[in-house]
Design a protein around this ligand. Structure first.
Ligand SMILES: Nc1ncnc2c1ncn2[C@@H]1O[C@H](COP(=O)(O)OP(=O)(O)O)[C@@H](O)[C@H]1O
Ligand SMILES: [Mg+2]
Length: 252
């Protein structure tokens, strides 16, 4: 069975073609070819240092690739800042570290980008923020400061904050790895509910239960390359590459 068979048959949301990236001498992305369709949910896994974060950060130009092309929703990412701004309006990102502003309340954190970048009037931005805080099930925390929240709550604020910009694509870079185990589930549940709504998602994660439940496709990276990709079912049961099998043995 080909992995493509299970993709939603949407238009491509992200197309990476022969993408290379170096940090100095270090070849960190080594010819990445990856197409993610609208509505598709992709899980990216692989050992530490294999280039997973760099790959997703290239998609909203937090890192610049040096060779190859990246198209996001039909826009090519080049050095042109207009294209970069356009792509960033479409792409939300959630990091391992929540990166909330400590001196702003939860509500203010969520209103910041809509008001300053989208020029949404404050009252409307507040309504949007409350809507998405409701969505991640923490509307009652709107007036708290991040320092008074648990890690799981902070990460849900970070997800709500990204959603307030109404992105078409969500990137997650190990969103649960900094959390205490008892908080992982509440964040994964939030991500599952986003998936239910048809959000296009690229998730770097080692939560293989999540991958099984939610992903259409899993890709495995090693040393800057995608060395294996498949549906979750086949990925976990029929990994072809010895390095994938070693990795799965370690984490499962
Ligand atoms: N800003 C940077 N400057 C130099 N090297 C970096 C930088 N960011 C990442 N790297 C290196 O690039 C490689 C891939 O990193 P990363 O994409 O973070 O991998 P992963 O997310 O899979 O752990 C690693 O060897 C890392 O040390
Ligand atoms: Mg990483």
């Amino acid at each position: 069975m080909k992995a493509e068979a299970t993709h939603p048959a949407g238009q491509p949301a992200v197309i990476m073609t022969d993408v290379h990236k170096w940090f100095g001498e270090h070849h960190v992305l080594n010819g990445i070819n990856l197409t993610v369709h609208k509505g598709e949910r992709l899980v990216i896994c692989g050992p530490s240092g294999s280039g997973k974060s760099t790959l997703v950060r290239c998609i909203n130009r937090l890192e610049a690739h040096q060779q190859g092309t990246i198209m996001v929703d039909g826009i090519e990412l080049t050095g042109d800042s207009r294209n970069i701004d356009e792509v960033r309006r479409e792409v939300g990102m959630v990091f391992q570290q929540f990166n909330l502003f400590p001196h702003l309340t939860v509500l203010q954190n969520c209103m910041l980008a809509p008001v300053w970048i989208r020029k949404v009037p404050k009252k409307a931005a507040q309504e949007i923020a409350l809507h998405f805080l409701e969505r991640v099930k923490i509307p009652d925390l709107a007036d708290r400061y991040p320092g008074r929240l648990s890690g799981g709550q902070q990460q849900r604020v970070a997800i709500a904050r990204a959603l307030c910009m109404t992105p078409k694509i969500m990137l997650f870079d190990e969103p649960t790895s900094a959390l205490d185990p008892e908080m992982v589930k509440e964040v994964l549940d939030t991500m599952c509910s986003l998936a239910d709504e048809g959000m296009t998602m690229l998730c770097v994660t080692h939560e293989m239960g999540f991958a099984r439940q939610v992903a259409h496709r899993v890709v495995f990276m090693d040393a800057g390359s995608i060395i294996e990709e498949n549906t979750p079912e086949l990925f976990f049961t029929h990994a072809r590459h010895p390095r994938t099998r070693t990795f799965l043995e370690q984490i499962l």
